[in-house]
Write a protein that binds this ligand. Sequence first.
Ligand code: SF4
Ligand code: SF4
Length: 412
Amino acid sequence: MKPLDELTEELYRCIRCGSCTAVCPVFSVEKREMSVARGRLRLVREYLAGNLELTGKMRGYLDLCLGCRACVVSCPPQVPTDKIIRAARAHFAINKGQPLVRHILLQNVLVKPKRFTMVLDSLKLARNTGVTRLLPKNLKTKENILPQLPKRTFRELLNGLQLKQSDKKVGFFLSCMDNNVYPQVIIAAINILEKLGYEVVIPTKVVCCGAAHDNYGDLENARKLAWQNIEAFSDTGVDVILTDCASCGSTMQSYGELFRGKSEEAKAFSFVSKVMDINQFLSDKLPSVSEMTQTTVTYHDPCHLVRYQNVRTAPRRVLASAGVIFKEMAEADRCCGGGGTFNIFHYDISMQILDRKIENVKQTGASILATSCPACRIQLEHGIKRHGLTIEVLHPIELLEKSFVKREGNPY
Ligand code: SF4
Ligand code: SF4
């Protein structure tokens, strides 16, 4: 990852054409110059020219970006605004540190899988005992974003699972979100992969992929986490490392850049070459559909899959193989407003972006909304609840697993 002062050529590529104003979800709500790529780039330029200081206000403008890359793909001179903003945040963090809550999250909670699980266990306890009802309204609103949590994490379930053995092995990366919030997605992935004859290798020494650290400029911890993940897979002998989480996938694919110019670079790029989204891996290996269901499904493209990894058709192919009736929604690849923790720190803006997404979902008449990122899923489920709808949100591979069971009886 290039430091901010090495991105001046990219910064000065902005011709101020304003194309980004038409696609930026934050600008569509805020309508302020500092809420769009053009304004943010100007801000960074003025800072580098010595005309601005690193102030809290400036940090606020930099933080008000979802990192959705909609501006990048529609920018005529291809200004990498997402990279520039991440580099600016890293520069800010080095010079001014992180705000307290973010500091605790990045340095204390997310660096150890057990700590993240402990935080969620505490939330479960608080919910079960009714303590969360006593929260002030603004905190309660944010607490509501998280769906009901499962009784057991995937790591807890793993001991009781009998994973099949095979000569064909694939690695599988345990995402923090799916481990803690949607363990059923990992189970579905294992079931499908085993059904296709693969042994699923799941190293339990993996840690958080480092998405939040990378996003908020904590590069020291981002590298530490990345290296632990690279090492966790180093003696597994797998040629492919699958993930069911779009954010983890795009973060792991950036490990090479994270170590560029360092002694770990070659090993990091070798790791990157193995990382693959599970939809992409499965899309050319699935049996043809002999029977259709009457279920109408639509699909939300996670920014981290469609614009960071260029994966657009594979999830739709997986859904086609699941035998569902597919209805494309308008603006399927427009950000849902989740943005990792953006929905917590900028709740009102996030909800306005989400409302537009849910309106598009509603127009399809679908009873199931599929998506390939647990962070999007949390946000979309919240939107569905807010709008009083009964649409179910699932990963495409959960639908695929259901169709396997339907076609062949429960093989598991
Ligand atoms: S689209 Fe690109 S070149 Fe045009 S104003 Fe936005 S960032 Fe600048
Ligand atoms: S990355 Fe997304 S939210 Fe950020 S400036 Fe670009 S379009 Fe707007």
